[in-house]
Structures are given as C-alpha cells and as structure tokens.
Design a protein around this ligand. Structure first.
Ligand SMILES: O=C(O)CCC(=O)C(=O)O
Length: 484
C-alpha cells in the first residue's frame, strides 16, 4: 500500500518514490537485460547497450516484457499493482516498457511530458499511440525502476513539482535533432528522431518551477503521472545508470488505435502488429484493446527466437562458409517472408548476390519449416567441439590480380548504378563526389570494392584518390607491390 503521506506527496508533486523490489528481484531483471544486450561502440567510442525485441521483431529497448519473463514479472508484480491502485483506481493495463541505460559519458534527457506520446521530431497527430476515453480521467502512469542506483553524478531523474496539473505546449521543429529531448541516450535518439533534422521542444522554463532531483537506490521506483515534467542529468560518472520503465493506462484508453484500420506502424516507426497489453489489476469492461497474459509465439517460434538470440549475441559463432548464407537466408525467410528484393549486380555486389540467391531459393518455404531448419543449424554449430576448424573462406568471387582497367570498369559501373546514371556519363578523371555521391555512399562503395577485391580497404583512400582513375591506379600499384 502507499501510505497517506506518499499519496499526499504524489498528489502535490506529481511523483513519489517507493521501495518496491528486493535485491533478488532486481538481480533477475539485471541478469535478463545484461545477458540479452549487445554492447556496441559508436563512432567516438561511446558504449551503448542495445536490445532486440523478439515479439515485435525489432532492434529496440522497448516492450522487452513481451518476450522476457523476468521483466514481465516485474511490471505485473502484485505489490506494484496495489500501490498504483491507490492513486489510479482499480483497473490497469500495462501497455509499454522501455529500458533507459545511461552509460558513462551519455548526456541529458531534456524536459518532457508523457501525456500520450513524446516523440521529439516526427509527431504525427493523426497517428496517436493512445486515445483516452472521453469520460474517464486521462492516465498514463510511469513507474521508473532503478536497476542500478541513480544519483546526480550518474544521471538521476529530476521533476518539476506540481507541473502535473498542466499540459505544456509543444514547440515543433524547435531544436536541431542532435540536441533533441532524447539525444542524450543515443539508443533512444535513434528511435525517436530517426532521420529527422529537427526535434520538438516544450514551452517550459525550469526557472519558473520548483525542481527536485530524485536520486534512487537499486530496487526503488519513481511513480509519476503523464503530465509531470521530467528530465534527467547526464552521466558524468564512471558508473552505468540502468533504469527500466513500465507505463499503465486504464482499459478504457485505446492503445494503438491505428491497428483497427490495419495501420501497424506506430509514430516511432515500430511495427506493433504483435503488441499486446497486460491486465495487471481489476477488469476490462471495454474490450477495446488486445489483452493477453503472455505472447502467442508457439514452440517452434520460441525455439527459433532463442536460437536467433544465440547468434545475435555471439554465443554461437557462424563459420564464413555456405552455412552462413543458409542461416542468413533462413532468417530473412522467417522475418520477412519471400524475397521481394531486386537482384543485386553479381559483379558489383558478389556477397549480396549470393545472399540474395540463397534467399531466393527458399521462396515458398513455410515459416515453421524455415525456423526448424534454422534451429537445426544453430544446434549443430553450438555442438561443435572446441578447436574444431570452423572458418572456411566463403566462395571467392573475385578474379585474382584485378588490373587498373578492371577496377576502373567496376567503379564506373558501381557509381552509375548507385546514381542511376548511364555509364558513359561517368568520367574517370572527375572527382566522384562531383556526381553527388554522399560520404555514406562512398563508405559503402569502399566496403563493396574491398569485398570484390577480397581485401580490407581503408575507406579514407577514397579521399586520397578522389577520381576513378587515381583510385584504380593506386590499387593496381599496391597490388603489384604486394605480389612482388
Ligand atoms: O531514464 C531517463 O533518464 C529518462 C526517462 C524518461 O524520460 C521517461 O521515462 O520518460
């Protein structure tokens, strides 16, 4: 139960800290997150914890409870539901969870509210996430659970006391995307901002409010309302700050209304076809939402998802041989269905072409059959004895000793294809960026050229040798020097 003083605190300030989870319960969720995260290092060395949602089939830190039991258990915990009832009434649906991992060096999350959506740049007013009932009081309660302790140094939350009584105006396109609300945690920036140039801001000035820093211990949670303005400090420490949130609405609120019209992509670009809500307290008297206790993956799909995670997380290594192509093709067949991609040019993109062919051969294969074969292959790889030779070179497509004119031809054909231009309009002595090749196109070109030549090429060569002729000339002489 919440005590009368906690209820009073919540009503007055819009948030309250509660002691919720035991060290064992926290350890279960911490282990689950750590053992299902891929740590990646961004350009500039920033470490980021990334996740895959096996029910939605997406790289995202969102809604991991749909697949992972420890997270589901945390947010449907009876003690938590009892506390929420004290401020939110008897009937509650868990509709959303999200992981907020602030690694050392990550920045601020700026002031925002969570009334119905909190996209930072690509608000689509027609495509709302939540539609509240006209009669019922609006509610989208957040429970922010500290997995790691959070303090002012490693990025704890801050709240504007009493702000929950107002809805603040959104100023669209106010801020460059690189400085938007969620830019401080890059995993979230990419979800909310995607490729947009601008991000929203709120018509809110913290100097007009009593702002409170809210440090929390591991196992404590902060419960706050949909209108309470909140933000968090940057992580200036050398400690990780891992938090996970759950969000709760009344069953009268329509979650993802677009699905009723078959529109499955939410305002953040997520495909929510398999999303479901969980009734954590009371009853649903409306029947408006998809409500389930558990995901609907059958045994075959569950086995596939676990096998898929073993590869994604590097627990099982795939040798670079035909098996790799088969595994990749099976994965595409399961996740995307029959191949509808355009055939890549086999000379320009040999690896992509082999992948494309392998996928093409699976046309018409039922997902269940593809999943079973995938699991067999992964199980066989996992059963290999240590020391067994695993790396055979995948089919070499490149002719050895490509000379200058062969490389020039390859580059000309590649650029013509990338820019959709006739080859005879590409001049070999003109810097390629004059044709409008972006720096990411150039990076991709160098990767594909390296693959064709079967060697690792330094991408900066494209800047040192900016024309087709100069790059081909350099590569030919480097090749000759190596052979001598
Ligand atoms: O964890 C954080 O730093 C921010 C969390 C947040 O903004 C939210 O829960 O809406």
């Amino acid at each position: 139960m919440l005590s009368p003083s906690q209820i009073e605190h919540f009503r007055k300030k819009g948030w309250v800290v509660v002691d919720l989870f035991t060290p064992e319960q926290i350890a279960d969720v911490r282990n689950c997150l750590e053992s299902n995260a891929l740590m990646i290092e961004e350009v500039g060395g920033q470490k980021v914890m990334t996740f895959y949602n096996n029910v939605l089939g997406l790289d995202t830190p969102r809604d991991l409870h749909l697949f992972h039991e420890p997270i589901m258990k945390m947010f449907r915990n009876a003690g938590l539901a009892e506390k929420l009832r004290a401020v939110a009434g008897p009937d509650l649906l868990l509709w959303y969870t999200n992981v907020f991992c602030k690694m050392p060096g990550q920045g601020v999350i700026k002031w925002h509210q969570a009334v119905e959506y909190y996209t930072s740049s690509d608000i689509d007013y027609e495509n709302k996430t939540l539609v509240y009932d006209e009669v019922d009081e609006q509610l989208n309660l957040t429970v922010w659970v500290a997995i790691d302790p959070a303090d002012k140094e490693n990025g704890c939350m801050r709240f504007a006391n009493g702000s929950q009584h107002r809805t603040f105006d959104i100023i669209p396109s106010a801020t460059p995307a690189s400085e938007g609300v969620f830019a401080g945690i890059s995993a979230h920036k990419t979800v909310w901002q995607r490729n947009k140039q601008y991000s929203i801001g709120y018509d809110f000035d913290e100097n007009d409010w009593e702002v409170e820093d809210v440090p929390v211990k591991s196992g404590q949670a902060i419960v706050f309302t949909e209108r309470t303005m909140h933000c968090s400090y940057p992580n200036n420490s050398n400690r990780r700050r891992l938090g996970i949130i759950g969000r709760y609405v009344r069953p009268s609120t329509l979650v993802y209304p677009g699905r009723l019209k078959g529109a499955w992509i939410d305002e953040n670009g997520h495909n929510v076809k398999r999303h479901f809500n969980v009734l954590v307290s009371g009853e649903d008297r409306y029947g408006r939402n998809v409500i389930r206790d558990h995901h609907d993956l059958d045994e075959t799909e569950l086995a596939f998802q676990h096998a898929y995670n073993r590869l994604r997380l590097g627990q099982v290594r795939v040798p670079e041989n035909e098996t790799q192509f088969e595994i990749e093709a099976l994965q595409q067949q399961v996740l995307a269905g029959d191949n509808t991609e355009r055939q890549p040019n086999p000379v320009l993109h040999p690896r992509k072409f082999i992948q494309w062919q392998a996928w093409q051969q699976l046309r018409g294969t039922e997902p269940a059959a593809a999943m079973k074969r995938y699991c067999e292959l992964v199980d066989a790889l996992a059963a290999r004895k240590p020391g067994e030779v695993v790396t055979e070179e995948f089919r070499k497509v490149r002719r050895d000793g490509a000379d200058r004119s062969a490389i020039e031809d390859w580059l000309t054909a590649y650029i013509a294809e990338a820019l959709d231009m006739p080859q005879n309009e590409i001049e070999r002595d003109v810097p390629v960026n004059r044709y409008g090749l972006s720096s990411s196109d150039t990076l991709r070109l160098m990767g594909d050229l390296g693959e064709w030549l079967n060697e690792d090429l330094d991408p900066t060569l494209a800047y040192d040798y900016p024309t087709i002729a100069s790059l081909a000339g350099y590569l030919e002489s480097a090749n000759a020097a190596q052979a001598a």
